[in-house]
Ligand binder design. Structure first.
Ligand code: RP5
Length: 190
């Protein structure tokens, strides 16, 4: 929706770098609806945890197509290193963003009621050859992993971030090693 915009006008996504040098987002998180937030907030949580400057907003492919193009067209200039895009159903958002920018797009299929997110997954993952969208698992795990993937991309040129990511992995290793199994349940009599 473009409240307050005149005909032919689209939202601008410019950042005044002189005024906000420390807040320049490196990762953009976009989603087709506020109803995707339950899923997509898992990406934002990871970015916050790793201290990655980011912004998050609703950019609907079918309801805000001009805004979607403006977002994608300005992404590189705004300094975005990757865009995490989540959508559900006939999920065009990640693919159409990728069509309008060379900034890597990481797609998150949002779980839907009708088809459990398989519709979203197929819409995002089946990009024809030439314009890729890196596609993650359906739902919150996919959102978190997309953010972890973005962190790994940034860590490639940032040794401190790489250490943080390695520590995050090591924590999971320790947690898995500490796992124990309960005793076998006794079989009831038939
Ligand atoms: C998609 O349609 C969104 O990504 C969302 O997953 C789905 C439903 O949107 P709402 O009807 O909840 O706004 O564009």
């Amino acid at each position: 929706m473009c409240f307050g915009l005149g005909e032919g006008e689209t939202l601008k996504f410019d950042i005044d770098h002189e005024k906000h040098p420390m807040t320049q987002a490196l990762i953009g998180v976009v989603m087709g609806s506020s109803s995707d937030w339950d899923t997509m907030q898992h990406a934002v949580q990871i970015l916050q945890q790793f201290g990655i400057p980011h912004d998050a907003r609703v950019v609907s492919a079918h309801r805000m197509p001009d805004d979607m193009f403006a977002y994608a067209e300005s992404a590189a200039e705004r300094g975005l290193q990757a865009i995490i895009a989540g959508a559900g159903g006939a999920a065009h958002l990640p693919g159409m963003l990728a069509a309008k920018t060379v900034v890597p797009v990481l797609g998150v299929p949002v779980q839907t009621k009708a088809l459990s997110g398989v519709d979203s997954l197929h819409s995002i993952v089946q990009m024809p050859k030439g314009v890729p969208v890196a596609t993650f698992a359906i739902g919150p795990a996919g959102a978190a992993n997309a953010a972890l993937f973005a962190v790994a991309m940034l860590a490639h040129h940032d040794p401190a971030l790489r250490q943080k990511l390695a520590a995050f992995r090591a924590e999971q290793t320790e947690a898995a090693r500490a796992m124990t199994l309960p005793p076998v349940a006794s079989l009831g009599k038939a």
